[in-house]
Design a protein around this ligand. Structure first.
Ligand code: HDE
Length: 743
């Protein structure tokens, strides 16, 4: 942003120039020549802004240009003022008729302060209300150049981004770790206009047509009478809907899998879900699906952890993202595309690319990496940025276009409409976080919360009064092109293509692609959720849907519910499993993983200090867990026995056998290990986390009864114990700890 001084002088000199040109011939003045205003045929240079048109300093989304005088730096200035800048003498006492008298209506500061407070809340998002965001940058690889002219994908091109992750069903204050789909919405502030990739962590959706969206959301949100349960799909109306609208079965299968309870937003894939159309500079097109691939791999919580976290730390994912970025463990994803020929049928290998309940297995169409996303900055103000960010699937740069997917078409309407209520009017793109970084030159005017001071007399075109500006751009000026796709001649109908009728084959494909442990988790999730429902007929209806996906899955869930397993009513699909769908079987970097180190006063603190340094050096986060806060020797303590639970750690190291605290109620005083640490070890074991011990830590493991079991190492030194834990962490969990599958 230019200093005000130079802006002012530019205004002055421009005004002088304009005056010199215009004054002799002002129409209507005595002696002036008759008006001759022809329609201009070429754009003129922009007029310099008047001083009051200066963009408010707070308007850059990245905050990079925020000036010292900015109101965004509230509370930095020396003196308290009213909203109008008058300095205040007192903000703790209202103006009264004497110290014991009534408060006076004339107290403007009191009324301004309370009125503003009364209006601090805005409506939460109707879906995806609970979320968290981060800033970062995207770097193109140039590998998509032949397919799209979108400039932000060019090799080495860096584009600022803001990402908001979310759950779907819960209210703004709901817990992070509930079983639900997660939103993964990215705003790319490209030079050619903002691109919003508003995706989810599941590549398919519940429904095929946007017209059903209010229905599925009404069914999934809390019951309208009691407004419970919060942020859960484990209730009657949800299962009523998905068992009646069997197109939802595929998405529901992903929800019931470990994908429904991610370990972290950093370990989540993202998907654009719909098929998009890419167009290159020559106007050639391909169809494409967008994928985000996390550098750390795709990892999940186990269900008990997710449930415990909802109580122990409802902000688990929010805290995890914030802490990782603040600790310098910047999360990374690669953006990739699956590419398909743009044929008239819009299918690939028999899969209808316009059906958002279908995905294309990576074995059939590999994901080609086209760029990298790094999140490296946390928001300065949650409300201003994360709450007010407004995404829209229609925010597209030249080179990326939509398809006729009926779900996407409905979304194109919904995302502006919802902001009119949520953000209070049509000018939400002027809110700093939503401001494009490309120059904006629209003819949209007025409305609630208008921040721009538009000059000119002619916000229409063509015009002859504002020098003809603005002019339409063409190919040479990189104008957005709506790809002129042919629309087949057809009657207007309320109907789906016949291919949309297959509701089970890909749910079956997903189920068959899971490892035995993952299948066990799916069975347990269906059983849990349906057992929470009250109505027997809808459980039976859902079992009938499961029978059409896989009879074994159905039988196992039926057993858990104590109901008979029905027979399939459709021919079971001939599905080839896709290895890419399983989260198990590969090795991943441990960056940003959290290691709990249990230490007591009797521990060899030099050795503990060394292990702590090794954990840091490996790019992980060590948290010291001690009987009390403060320090142990010279080492700072981050968690105490009272605050440590397994959910927070990816693995634990035990450096000592801390004796029970005298005030532990109900503790067995004869035990030599604090019962809270025995609980920690027990939970870590149940949650299949690596456990390493040395010195007296070995006796903790013994007393907890887990010595000699898979993933539990008693080593000669802290270094060896950490090395063993690191090897195990690469696979995320000690999978063999889960009881063998019965399927
Ligand atoms: Fe959304 N969705 N959606 N959605 N959606 C919203 O927009 C909607 C759908 C997604 O962090 C709302 O600004 C309709 C699919 C994310 O701010 C609303 C339909 C996918 C977010 C809306 C869908 C999504 C939203 C609510 C069916 C994955 C959070 C607040 C046609 C590809 C964005 C808002 C953020 C938010 C409507 C289906 C993802 C009401 C009508 C499919 C990640 O406009």
């Amino acid at each position: 942003r230019k200093p005000r001084k130079s802006a002012k002088s530019a205004v002055k000199s421009a005004a002088a120039k304009v005056a010199a040109v215009v004054t002799p011939d002002v129409p209507g003045r005595p002696g002036s020549a008759p008006p001759t205003i022809d329609e201009p045929t070429s754009p003129r240079d922009p007029l310099p802004p008047k001083s009051e048109q200066g963009t408010p300093e707070t308007r850059t989304a990245t905050g990079a240009e925020t000036g010292a005088a900015s109101t965004a730096n509230g509370q930095q200035g020396a003196f308290l003022t009213t909203s109008q800048g008058a300095r205040l003498r007192d903000t703790d006492h209202s103006l009264k008729a004497g110290p014991r008298g009534p408060t006076l209506l004339q107290d403007h500061h009191l009324r301004e302060k309370i009125t503003h407070f009364d209006h601090e809340r805005i409506p939460e998002r109707v879906v995806h209300a609970r979320g968290t965001g981060a800033h970062g940058f995207f770097t193109g690889y140039g590998t998509a150049d032949g397919m799209t002219r979108a400039g932000f994908l060019a090799k080495g091109k860096e584009t600022p981004v803001f990402v908001r992750f979310s759950t779907v069903l819960g209210s703004r204050g709901s817990a992070d770790t509930v079983r639900d789909t997660r939103g993964f919405a990215t705003k790319f502030y490209t030079d050619e206009g903002t691109f919003d990739l508003v995706g989810n962590n599941i590549p398919v959706f519940f429904i095929q047509d946007a017209i059903k969206f209010p229905d599925i959301i009404h069914a999934a949100k809390p019951h309208p009478d009691r407004e419970i349960p919060q942020a859960q799909s484990a209730h009657d109306t949800f299962w009523d809907f998905v068992s009646l609208h069997t197109e939802a079965q595929h998405h529901t299968m992903w929800n019931m899998s470990d994908r429904g309870i991610p370990r972290s937003y950093r370990t989540m894939e993202g998907f654009g879900v719909h098929t998009f159309r890419l167009a290159n500079a020559a106007g050639e097109t391909v169809l494409a699906k967008f994928h985000w691939k996390p550098k750390l791999g795709v990892h999940s919580l186990v269900w008990e952890e997710a449930q415990l976290a909802s109580g122990i730390d409802p902000d688990f994912h929010r805290r995890d993202l914030y802490d990782a970025i603040e600790a310098g463990a910047f999360p990374e994803w690669e953006l990739g595309i699956q590419v398909f020929p743009d044929t008239e049928e819009e299918t690939f290998d028999g899969i209808d690319l316009l059906d958002p309940t279908k995905f294309v297995p990576e074995e059939l169409a590999p994901v080609q990496a086209i760029g990298k996303l790094v999140l490296n900055r946390t928001p300065t103000n949650f409300f201003a940025e994360t709450e007010q960010v407004a995404f829209h699937v229609g925010h597209l740069p030249p080179g990326i276009d939509v398809t006729n997917d009926p779900l996407l078409q409905g979304r194109l309407f919904s995302y502006v409409d919802t902001q009119l209520t949520r953000l209070g009017g049509p000018n939400f793109s002027q809110i700093p976080i939503n401001c494009p970084h490309a120059a904006v030159n629209d003819m949209l005017r007025d409305g609630f919360h208008q921040h721009a001071v538009h000059a000119g007399a002619a916000p229409y075109r063509p015009n002859s009064l504002d020098g003809g500006n603005p002019f339409p751009a063409g190919d040479a000026e990189n104008a957005f092109l709506d790809v002129p796709v042919r629309v087949a001649e057809a009657a207007k109908v309320r109907a789906n293509p016949a291919s949309f009728d297959d509701h089970y084959s890909q749910a079956r494909l997903f189920w068959l692609s899971m490892s035995p442990v993952e299948q066990d988790h799916i069975v347990a999730a269906y059983t849990f959720e349906l057992a929470k429902c009250y109505e027997q007929p809808l459980k039976e209806r859902q079992l009938r849907a499961l029978a059409n996906i896989d009879p074994t899955l159905c039988a196992r869930v039926a057993t858990g519910l104590g109901l008979p397993a029905p027979e399939p009513t459709v021919q079971l699909a001939d599905a080839t499993p896709s290895a890419a769908l399983s989260q198990i079987g590969q090795e991943w970097p441990g960056d940003g993983r959290v290691i709990g180190i249990v230490v007591g006063p009797d521990a060899d603190l030099a050795a503990v200090g060394q292990v702590r340094a090794e954990v840091f050096a490996a790019g992980m986060l060590p948290l010291l867990i001690a009987p009390h806060g403060g320090t142990v020797g010279d080492l700072a303590v981050q968690r105490t026995f009272a605050t440590a639970r397994s959910i927070e750690y990816d693995a634990i190291l035990l450096a000592a056998a801390p004796a029970p605290a005298p005030d532990v109620s109900g503790a067995d005083k004869a035990a030599t290990v604090d019962p809270r640490i025995l609980l920690l070890v027990d939970e870590c074991w149940r949650h299949a986390k690596a456990i390493g011990a040395w010195d007296a830590g070995g006796s903790v493991v013994e007393q907890a009864g887990v010595a000699g079991t898979p993933g539990v190492t008693i080593a000669d030194s802290g270094t060896e114990a950490f090395a063993a834990v690191t090897r195990l962490l690469a696979a995320h969990r000690v999978w063999e700890r889960f009881p063998a599958s019965v399927s």
